[in-house]
Ligand binder design. Structure first.
Ligand code: ASP
Length: 452
């Protein structure tokens, strides 16, 4: 049995729905279908999820939302009309959209989560109706019925363990497709909680694990995952096969095909993931498999990711390596300001702490630097806002002694200064810290060395 998840662009118009129906119909094993909300139809278009956020905000701010409701309903109407569905379908969806604005919520967070979840909720209802109208036997399944239980924040939920005990009891009716809305689950008290943005991938992965799928197919709008970003490297090679942990490292460092944490339930269930293109379903796509299935990686390097969202704090103090409790004091400062850090490479006299810049504001940075100066008395301190991280990832790295040397060579030969280099303990990734302005050039040079 296969779980098949379709992304927002795959379900954005009637034409896209037609491709989706064909894909579902082409393979009997494609039984569990997960929807996203209708995404962008063209560059500059707005995703339905973003329209719902606007709607929620208007309700919170007590502003007029008549036009936003119309805009949201028109996205579903466009699809419903394409398939000449009965007027009662769009009426039902519109009633649900209107009802949102009239519902009481315990607080704005719960309100926001429920509004957002409706993008996928309504699209799953619609897809189910469309499938039925095409003579395909299918049912819509609410995550509540299947027992998808979550906890944490209403707009950043985590999967609760009982989800898997519940899913173990869920039976897929014979000869029937089941359509699940992605992106959300229910808290213990029955409230809707969404995963973080892009979280329909998580629903696909948790269903794959919970329902013991043989394969999790993730349909998006690219033929494959590429070795490097195609805005930086012209026509990069496609990755045919990669391991789970390679994918984790690459999505963390900037590969946007998959949401960073989304793949974890699939890993735990050891379900292989196939990223495919709705617009070209014949293409093999990229297979993401457990490490043990990747005996012989095709290249010493699988992917080169680059993320420019980092900042770094550089601290220099002589004999830092001999000082007991230095890092403890530093960590206490982070704790005081509720800051998490990403990496902390260190030397004998210095230490660099790398932060995710998107999680910090200017005032916190000011307070943080002030406290570090006062409490740790460094000889030198520098805050760097233009910090980029390049992650070179590959199972093959562990088997090649010269990979690091070749990377360093390719950068230094081109006058690119390396601020930090760190090989992960798993020996499948090499992290390089450089100035943001050098980042694209560095990716090009590394690509050239290993792939051209
Ligand atoms: N529709 C949600 C979003 O835009 C979730 C998803 O597409 O996966 O973030």
């Amino acid at each position: 049995m296969k779980v098949v998840k379709f992304g927002g662009s795959s379900l954005s118009t009637g034409e896209q729905f037609e491709k989706v129906i064909k894909i579902i119909n082409d393979d009997f094993e494609r039984k569990v279908i997960v929807t996203s909300a209708p995404g962008k139809r063209f560059a500059g278009d707005t995703k339905v999820t973003d329209l719902l956020i606007k709607y929620a905000q208007a309700v919170i701010d007590n502003e007029d939302y008549t036009n936003i409701i119309k805009e949201i309903a028109s996205r579903y109407r466009e699809i419903s009309t394409h398939f000449q569905l009965d007027e009662s379908v769009i009426k039902l969806l519109k009633e649900k959209i209107i009802a949102l604005g009239k519902t009481e919520f315990p607080d704005d967070e719960h309100l926001m989560a429920t509004f957002k979840a409706h993008g996928e909720f309504l699209n799953a209802i619609l897809l189910n109706k469309v499938l039925n109208s095409q003579g395909i036997k299918s049912i819509f399944v609410d995550p509540k019925t299947a027992g998808i239980i979550v906890h944490g924040q209403p707009n950043d939920a985590d999967i609760s363990p009982e989800t898997y005990t519940n899913l173990a009891k869920f039976e897929i009716p014979a000869d029937t497709k089941v359509v699940f809305p992605g992106f959300f689950g229910y808290s213990q008290d029955g409230s809707i909680y969404t995963f973080s943005r892009g979280g329909s991938d998580i629903t696909g992965a948790l269903l794959s694990r919970g329902l013991h799928a043989d394969l999790y197919e993730n349909f998006t709008d690219v033929d494959a995952i590429y070795v490097a970003n195609n805005h930086v490297v012209k026509h990069p090679q496609a990755i045919k096969k990669m391991s789970y942990r390679e994918m984790r490292e690459l999505s963390y460092a900037g590969f946007s095909v998959f949401q960073d944490e989304a793949i974890i339930p699939a890993i735990k269930g050891q379900v292989p993931v196939n990223v495919k293109n709705t617009n070209n379903p014949e293409a093999d796509g990229t297979m993401i498999v457990p490490e043990q299935f990747l005996f012989d990686p095709a290249n010493q390097i699988t992917g080169i990711a680059c993320s420019k969202r980092f900042s770094a704090l550089y601290i220099h103090r002589y004999l830092l390596n001999k000082e007991v409790g230095f890092t403890l004091k530093l960590l206490k400062i982070f704790y005081k300001y509720n800051i998490s850090y990403e990496h902390m490479p260190s030397g004998i006299d210095d230490l660099t702490v790398i932060f995710d810049r998107t999680k910090l504001d200017k005032t916190t940075i000011k307070h943080l630097c002030h406290d570090v100066k006062e409490i740790l008395q460094p000889d030198y301190l520098e805050w760097m806002d233009d910090y980029a991280i390049i992650m070179v990832v590959g199972e093959g790295i562990a088997h090649n002694v010269n990979t690091i040397g070749e990377i360093i060579d390719s950068l230094t030969k081109n006058n690119i200064a390396i601020h930090m280099i760190n090989q992960g303990a798993s020996r499948i990734s090499i992290m390089i810290g450089i100035q943001e302005s050098d980042a694209d050039d560095a990716v090009k040079q590394i690509y050239k060395t290993f792939f051209d």
